[in-house]
Design a protein. Structure first.
Lengths: 293, 642
């Protein structure tokens, strides 16, 4: 297995931050603008003075002009609950580098960015055996723990339980946040059900669709018996140029369908191939797609 | 549709073997993929479960089965019959040999053949090209391809029997020339009464495809008695007046009793009744009471169907005194046989004896088991010489071979019993095509006659040493015939066959070999009494119109020569009806039928304008098998997939 993190893996990641398009409703103070009024320096509104209000927030200038006591309200800044769901199913172990390695690196980078940004990071690996999660982590000090978690190779169960994993994540959520799903979406069940669970909890969902180069351009020829890595289902396939064309059309249609679904539900969708250089993924693709800035 | 060699159909047993192999063969490569979901979609989109895909999945098996089927059909000689339009070129061939004069058909065989040929001609499609050939001892194209039916019909009606034998080779050569020189199909209608012995390679394969022959056998139930030999000769032993020898043969299964009359000139000298059993042969001799200076005629009157061979003629003249040199170690029997021949002066020399051994000055030299030299200086007989002679080469010696086949029609072999000739040891000979072969042994020619310049030579490929041969009655007869043949000169008796040439040397005023300058007058009186006069410009007179049997008198420079012309052909006299198709080449023989009556409406053709042609499918089947093999190879190596 290739090395998960190289020495200069984190170089430049400090300059990136996760893009969240709406005000958050967090639990702790953070750096994201909250829907609540609080004590930040960002002016939000006025309200009439009520007895007991802190006199320091009375806008005296307005009082001088209008002789009305108005209290200045400021925007509260809170942290964001960000769920990172990484597909650990057998189908993710294909490709060179494997899609799983690619997904873990991506998850590591995103976790670094999340923790550095003062948000809460809830990292989970899911397969049919269930969900393996870290507790909610916050702050840079938690980065080594995240890395250890990601470096651990958990043997996958035979099949992906994506929908149940999403349901479990949704149940854990205490407030609406952001869910970043990194998966190849090659499930025997309908992945849209799981995504709907997340959306129902008012999470923003970022879907990162990982594909292996060998899936896009399969190197198969002749009479082949293909076996599903997850279900063990076997099929005799006479592979030729014509069938390869049909396969690539099916793959394209599959990706387009996922993209259409995400767009319909306000999710972000990006398709990545495992052979794309990692820095290009972080600093170009995800930035241009509006995931990072 | 059918098979030439159906036993090869057993090869189809490989088909179940191939099927079993496909059922149990190792399956395809196993590859683990992330998910089969997309592949399933691709297969569904490509119509994977259509009938075509099921076929494609088993295409290799199907192709292999087809290869086996194609190879099996090719090996078993699969053919089909198809109806093709008859060719537009037709050749009518009519046999005019002597046997066609037989009256077993009404009125005779040739008339029936002519009527049938005209019927055939009239039934041919309009605008087709027709040629006419006549064949007897030679084959002649009488009318070249024409659309003028009337001219062909006219020539057919003018055809007459030629008193000649039948030469099938000349006919086959003509047919081969017609087939090989054309690019179109030729349909030949052959009207004949004889069978043919055909060599298998007389016609090449491509030419045989263009040639189809309908044989119409002419003749009914026939019977015939014939004179097959008749001549005058001196008694082999002793002096005296010559005797007449004749052979009479019965060629039918009936017993005949008939009168026989011998005429000396026009005077009857013998008259009697002869009885001949079925297929019996008799030799009749008659001692002449006077020197035979006039033609002698023999007549028989059996109630048979062929009259031509019931009369025979012969003429004899007293041979002059001739000198013969015998070069031998000590062959006393040969010497005594020579001495017994009247009018011969016989000299002997031992091999290597130089004095008097030169052949010059002798009319005939016999070399008995001794080299004969390279240039013949006179008529020469060579017996078992180590080095061969002239056109005869000796390959090697043999031992213990006795079977001998004799040409009984050759003058030297007359009255010789072939069973008496013993050639247990001898020589294996090769000869050129210019020589006559009178006897064959197991290893090839044994007795050969040739001509070298103005001299004749004879070669015997076996020694005259066997006592049973030397003591047999046939030995002095053979020597007599040999000497008579070798010393036969222009003023001696000449026995000719119809169509043989009369050859008379003309003594020019300037000597032999020089140009005569002015011609010499010659007169020929034919058997019918017609007289023809010529001016002979060269060194010899050559007269070829000898198709009438009888006596031909030739007068050149006030010297008279007589020639008797007789059929004397047992094959021609044997007019028992045969099927011409029996030995006809099966590649070209399309149909054989019989024609017996000219008065009835003979419809020998006209039942259809199409004929059934066999289409040999071996080549296309082999081509198909090769193509399928290439396809199978391509499929096997996965060059062809969805």
């Amino acid at each position: 297995m290739e090395e998960l993190f190289s020495k200069d893996f984190f170089r430049g990641l400090d300059r990136l931050s996760l893009v969240v398009d709406r005000d958050v409703k967090g639990q702790l103070r953070g750096e994201r603008r909250s829907v609540k009024h609080g004590s930040s320096v960002e002016f939000a509104d006025y309200r009439d003075y009520s007895p007991g209000d802190d006199m320091r927030y009375v806008d005296w200038n307005v009082y001088a002009r209008t002789e009305k006591l108005l209290i200045k309200l400021f925007r509260e800044e809170e942290d964001l609950e960000i769920h990172l769901l990484v597909d650990n199913s057998p189908s993710m172990r294909f490709g060179r580098p494997s899609k799983l390695l690619f997904a873990r690196r991506l998850a590591a980078a995103l976790s670094y960015i999340v923790l550095s940004g003062g948000d809460r990071c809830l990292l989970s690996l899911f397969d049919s055996g269930g969900v393996r999660s870290l507790p909610a982590l916050r702050g840079r000090r938690a980065i080594p723990e995240v890395m250890r978690f990601l470096e651990t190779d958990y043997p996958p169960a035979s099949e992906t339980g994506f929908n149940s994993a999403c349901a479990a994540i949704a149940a854990r959520s205490r407030s609406p946040g952001l869910a970043i799903v990194i998966s190849d979406l090659l499930f025997s069940e309908d992945y849209r059900t799981g995504l709907r669970y997340l959306i129902s909890q008012r999470h923003d969902v970022y879907l990162i669709h990982c594909l292996a180069e060998s899936e896009v351009f399969p190197d198969l020829k002749g009479d082949v018996q293909i076996v599903d890595s997850e279900t063990g289902e076997a099929k005799d396939v006479p592979v030729g140029p014509r069938l390869l064309r049909y396969y690539q059309n099916a793959l394209e249609e599959f990706c387009e369908e996922a993209k259409r679904f995400c767009r319909a539900y306000g999710m972000k969708y990006v398709r990545l191939v495992n052979t794309t250089p990692f820095k290009e993924v972080l600093f170009r693709t995800l930035v241009s797609e509006g995931y990072l800035r | 549709m059918g098979f030439l060699w159906p036993v090869y159909l057993l090869s189809l047993a490989f088909v179940p073997v191939i099927i079993v192999y496909h059922v149990f063969r190792p399956k395809s490569t196993r590859v683990v993929v992330p998910s089969v979901v997309l592949w399933q979609k691709a297969l569904t989109s490509s119509g994977r479960h259509s009938a075509w895909d099921r076929l494609v999945k088993n295409l290799l098996l199907i192709v292999q089965i087809l290869v086996i089927v194609a190879c099996t059909l090719a090996m078993s000689g699969f053919f089909m019959n198809r109806l093709v339009t008859r060719p537009e070129h037709y050749v009518i061939v009519i046999d005019t040999s002597a046997s066609m004069a037989s009256t077993d058909a009404d009125p005779d065989r040739l008339s029936v053949a002519k009527a049938a040929a005209i019927s055939y001609l009239r039934s041919l499609p309009e605008n087709s090209l027709v040629a006419l050939c006549e064949f007897n001892s030679t084959a002649n194209l009488r009318v070249d391809y024409t659309r003028d039916r009337r001219s062909v019909e006219k020539v057919i009606s003018e055809l007459k029997v030629r008193n000649t034998s039948t030469d099938a080779d000349s006919l086959l050569s003509l047919l081969a020339a017609l087939a090989e020189g054309s690019s179109y199909g030729i349909s030949i209608a052959l009207f004949t009464d004889g069978g043919f012995a055909v060599q298998s390679n007389w016609l090449d394969e491509s030419a045989s495809k263009r040639l189809s022959v309908d044989v119409y056998t002419v003749g009914g139930q026939s019977k015939n008695v014939a004179i097959t030999d008749f001549e005058i000769r001196r008694p082999p032993h002793g002096e005296g007046l010559p005797e007449v020898l004749a052979t009479v043969e019965n060629f039918s299964s009936e017993r005949f009793v008939f009168p026989l009359n011998l005429f000396y000139g026009d005077t009857p000298v013998r008259s009697e009744f002869i009885e001949l059993g079925p297929f019996e042969r008799k030799v009749i001799s008659h001692q002449l009471q006077a020197a035979p200076f006039v033609p002698i005629r023999l007549e028989i009157a059996p109630a048979d169907h062929l009259a031509l061979d019931n009369v025979a003629y012969t003429v004899a003249r007293e041979p002059g005194s001739r000198s013969v040199l015998l070069v031998t170690r000590d062959n006393r029997n040969l010497y005594m046989a020579l001495r017994s021949i009247p009018g011969l002066r016989v000299y002997t020399r031992a091999p290597g004896e130089t004095v008097g051994a030169s052949p010059y000055g002798y009319d005939l030299v016999l070399y008995d088991e001794t080299p004969a030299g390279s240039v013949p200086a006179t008529n020469t007989v060579v017996i078992n010489s180590p080095g061969g002679f002239e056109d005869v080469s000796v390959l090697h010696e043999y031992e213990y071979a006795t079977a001998i086949y004799v040409d009984r029609t050759h003058p030297v072999m007359r009255y010789v019993d072939e069973r008496a000739i013993v050639a247990e040891t001898g020589q294996v000979l090769t000869v050129s095509s210019d020589v006559e072969i009178a006897a064959y042994g197991r290893f090839g020619p044994l007795i050969v006659f040739g001509r070298s310049g103005q001299y004749k030579y004879a070669y015997f490929g076996f020694p005259f040493t066997s006592k049973s041969f030397l003591n047999s009655a046939s030995f002095p007869i053979l020597v007599y015939n040999l000497v008579s043949y070798m010393l036969e000169s222009s003023d001696a008796v000449r026995q000719l066959r119809p169509g043989d040439s009369i050859y008379v040397p003309v003594e020019s005023r300037q000597g032999p070999g020089s140009s005569t300058g002015s011609g010499v007058s010659a007169k020929i009186t034919r058997p019918t009494g017609d007289t023809q006069e010529f001016e002979v410009a060269g060194d010899f007179l050559l007269y070829t119109d000898t198709y009438e049997t009888g006596i031909y008198h030739v007068t050149v420079s006030n010297r008279q020569y007589s020639y008797s012309v007789n059929l004397f052909d047992p094959q021609e006299s044997d007019i028992l009806r045969r099927s011409g198709a029996d030995s006809m080449d099966s590649r070209i023989l399309k149909r054989s039928s019989s024609v017996t009556d000219a008065s009835s409406s003979v419809s020998v053709f006209g039942e259809e304008l199409h004929l059934l042609q066999r289409v040999d499918l071996r080549v296309p089947l082999i081509s198909t098998a090769l193509f399928l093999l290439v396809l199978e190879w391509s499929l096997y190596h996965k060059r062809w997939h969805l």
